[in-house]
Design a protein around this ligand. Structure first.
Ligand code: RTP
Ligand code: MG
Length: 140
């Protein structure tokens, strides 16, 4: 498997509880390199554009409000099979269903406030990285 990049967000529930370092430790322990990282505070409109794929879902409004409720840390992670590997490190969307040792099992508060986002495919990873980062900010 080739070296891949994926896009990650440390969500407001986690930044509020000062969990950025603990989450980054799990990311790095899994062999993923943080090649770009910044702390931003999204507007509800920016969060809405990012999660536009979920526009028709009942939780969309709540999700956009939550993502704009506090700063987030946006990141680009690089490594072997990075997209699938990070999804494994994150765990299932609902922390109650997540495997032991995953970020969501350890830190998530609920299915909505679930501490991290990770891209689900190469196309979405490329789009999401380009939405938040300029090429010059990616330092492999
Ligand atoms: P993400 O996109 O954030 O990495 O999460 P995911 O793939 O595991 O889950 P997805 O189905 O894409 O949902 C995106 C985010 O929406 C919130 N959500 N809330 N209240 C609910 O039933 C519900 N379902 C999803 C979560 O924050 C989820 O991560
Ligand atoms: Mg998703």
């Amino acid at each position: 498997m080739a070296i891949q990049r994926t896009f990650s967000i440390i969500k407001p529930d986690a930044t509020r509880r000062n969990l950025t370092g603990a989450i980054n430790a799990k990311i790095e322990a899994a062999g993923l390199r943080i090649v770009a990282q910044k702390r931003i505070h999204m507007t509800p409109a920016q969060a809405g554009q990012f999660y536009a794929v979920h526009k028709e879902r009942p939780f969309y409004g709540e999700l956009c409000e939550f993502m704009a409720s506090a700063p987030v840390v946006v990141q680009v992670l690089e490594g072997e099979n990075a997209i699938a590997k990070y999804r494994e490190v994150m765990g299932a969307t609902d922390p109650a269903a997540a495997d032991a040792g995953t970020i969501r099992k350890e830190f998530a508060l609920s299915k909505g406030e679930n501490s991290v986002h990770g891209s689900d495919a190469p196309e979405t990873a490329a789009e999401e990285i380009a939405y938040f980062f300029a090429g010059i900010e990616l330092v492999g």
